[in-house]
Ligand binder design. Structure first.
Ligand code: DI6
Ligand code: FE
Length: 415
């Protein structure tokens, strides 16, 4: 499947309102604004009245009064896998816990079985509609983790599919190697041997193939220990790869403080994050990635320490955590709503959470997450009056215009 070449977004986009926070932290809304795109990059933005005359002859695109935000960034997904796990949802509704399901041989390893059995083309075909759904809501950069292969061959397939999707859809994809997601069945009882394989064979080989932008671990009592996590971080560091961590989702393992010591880009989930973890993250500049979809879907009740993160000034991002077990959502807008209703994020916080801070969690702060001259043109024109409408509408997908990587990927009203 090849996505046809999309039209260029070059020209002057007029009659826009730049959303607050769109350009920089605390930047005010700007109405009657214009934005100039040349060669796929933002060349200028500001009040239409101030448009430099050098751009006067460029083609015009009528923004129709839309609200312009940076392209959204989904900074934590497990998008590439085969099949689905609705049966486990049914089990949990009948009383089983997530940990019960995992211990009974379901959970992550059931997705591993299905993913290993699928060819790369099948994985791509199953993942493409999921990616399309996220892109249709204005996602312009996305992180995709491996972790359902758990062998060199099958992790490679997942990461290759992630790269192919980025090329086919014209979207920025950051790949994360999550070989330490779960213990593969053939290593049952031999966790150390598997972590050695991850560190000594899988990670170096996949990195050498250019398939790894970052390294992640599921540090949890049902997954990998703190010591095993550190071994993976050391291997990543030796290869010059940045790290991130699934930390303190079900219990306080001290993972966040460890990750911060390795300069982690982000710590994700963090429902059980301690004051010590917060202090370490603040010092290291590590982003806190909030995943309200998993919190909601698992019917969790232990809130992440939002007020303390806010008080400490730790940047907070919001993401889908799309995965077949605990967060089968394909709507970052819905996650914005959940982050506000469940976690009490404010509108400016949740906006920064899916733009600037999400880009930071991927090491993409220079190119994504805010609007500025010189950056690749990634922006969304929403048919909305108030930026608070983004988290406000519950399960509504506004018909927006999307400019992704300098191309007009979608035009409002022409769906
Ligand atoms: N934390 C999660 O919530 C997911 N992975 C992880 O490390 C669960 C993934 C799954 O159940 O398939
Ligand atoms: Fe996850």
């Amino acid at each position: 499947m090849t996505v046809p070449q999309l039209p260029s977004a070059d020209g002057v986009w007029t009659d826009l309102t730049l959303a607050p926070e769109a350009c920089a932290p605390g930047s005010a809304a700007l109405s009657d604004a214009a934005l100039v795109v040349t060669e796929g990059h933002i060349a200028w933005l500001g009040l239409r009245a101030d448009l430099p005359t050098t751009y006067a002859d460029l083609p015009r695109h009528d923004g129709l009064g839309a609200l312009a935000t940076p392209g959204l960034v989904d900074c934590h997904t497990h998008l590439v896998y085969a099949s689905q796990r609705a049966n486990e949802f049914a089990m949990r509704l009948a009383g089983a816990s997530y940990e019960d399901v995992a211990r009974a041989g379901g959970g992550i390893v059931s997705s591993v079985r299905a993913t290993r059995a699928a060819s790369e083309d099948e994985l791509l075909a199953q993942t493409a509609p999921r990616l399309q759904a996220l892109l249709d809501e204005g996602v312009c950069a996305i992180e995709i983790k491996s972790g359902y292969g758990l062998s060199l061959e099958h992790e490679r397939a997942q990461l290759r599919v992630a790269r192919r999707l980025g090329a086919q859809f014209g979207v920025t994809v950051r790949t994360t190697f999550l070989g330490a997601h779960a213990l593969p069945p053939e290593y049952a009882g031999r966790s150390q041997a598997y972590i050695d394989l991850v560190c000594e064979e899988m990670m170096p080989a996949l990195a050498a193939e250019g398939l790894v932008d970052a390294v992640d671990v599921f540090c949890e009592r049902i997954a990998f220990s703190l010591a095993e996590t550190e071994q993976v971080f050391r291997a990543a560091q030796a290869l010059g790869l940045p790290v991130k961590l699934h930390a303190e989702q079900l219990s306080d393992m001290g993972g966040a403080a460890l990750a911060a010591r390795y300069g982690a880009l982000s710590c994700d989930h963090i429902e059980h994050l301690s004051a010590e973890g917060i202090a370490a993250m603040r010092q290291a500049g590590t982003v806190a990635v909030l995943l309200p979809g998993a919190y909601y879907f698992l019917r969790d009740t232990h809130l992440p320490p939002i007020a303390a993160l806010r008080a400490a000034g730790v940047p907070m991002a919001v993401s889908t955590d799309h995965n077949p077990g605990t967060s089968p959502t394909l709507s970052l807008l819905l996650m914005m709503n959940l982050a506000c209703t469940l976690f009490r994020l404010t509108v400016p916080e949740v906006l920064a959470g899916v733009t600037r801070h999400a880009a930071e969690a991927l090491g993409l702060r220079q190119s994504h997450g805010s609007l500025a001259a010189g950056r690749p043109a990634n922006f969304v024109l929403w048919p909305l009056q108030d930026v608070a409408e983004l988290p406000y509408w519950l399960g509504h997908k506004p018909s927006c215009t999307i400019v992704r990587q300098g191309r007009v990927a979608r035009i409002a009203g022409r769906d």
